[in-house]
Design a protein around this ligand. Structure first.
Ligand code: SF4
Length: 193
């Protein structure tokens, strides 16, 4: 098959054409569908991921080659800038890397991408550019199963990850003795729309 070359420009809406093109090239590996959603959203100006989904140029190129062979996207990566939240970022990344399923090498890219989205301000599925929270729950369960299984009360995923970091450090940042009696309950649970 001849490589499909698409230059990616920012547009106001996600491209059904780009999604169809990506899925036509999908390798049938874990995470193909999730990566396709993220790429389409990012190029459509939806979500908070930067060009390349937060991966460096070499990593993003490897992701494309592996998951969408024959598909080439011209993506303008931003130059490296100093990150004032680097320590926080490292902690989130380490938490995810410590819980990889170990089934597919794409899990390492997924850990980087989820970490990048954690630095943004909306619900995690929205920041990732996924099409619903259901896909985020699938992402967590497939890529970080032991960690995801700890979210037994279906806490909002970004809140859940940060609570894991607090517990790891032995910090209890919560004001209430339990979630059931906490006035912030809806900030941690409740719908993520
Ligand atoms: S609901 Fe309250 S107690 Fe439970 S994790 Fe959130 S802030 Fe902490």
């Amino acid at each position: 098959m001849q490589p499909a070359v698409m230059s990616v420009q920012k547009s106001a809406t996600p491209s059904a054409g780009l999604y169809a093109e990506l899925m036509a090239h999908a390798a049938g590996l874990p995470n193909d569908e999730l990566f396709a959603q993220m790429i389409v959203s990012q190029t459509g100006g939806i979500g908070a991921l930067p060009p390349g989904l937060g991966l460096n140029e070499a990593e993003f190129s490897a992701l494309l080659s592996r998951h969408f062979p024959g598909m080439q996207l011209v993506v303008r990566h931003a130059g490296s800038i100093s990150d004032p939240r680097a320590l926080e970022r490292d902690d989130v990344l380490e938490l995810l890397r410590d819980h990889l399923a170990g089934r597919d090498e794409s899990e390492r890219w997924m850990a980087e991408i989820v970490t990048t989205a954690c630095m943004a301000n909306d619900h995690l599925w929205q920041d990732l550019g996924l099409w619903s929270r259901v896909y985020l729950s699938q992402l967590m369960t497939h890529n970080f199963p032991v960690l995801a299984a700890k979210n037994i009360h279906d806490m909002k995923w970004k809140k859940f990850l940060y609570k894991q970091l607090c517990e790891k450090e032995g910090i209890n940042a919560c004001r209430a003795p339990s979630c059931q009696v906490c006035t912030d309950y809806l900030k941690c649970f409740g719908p993520e729309e």
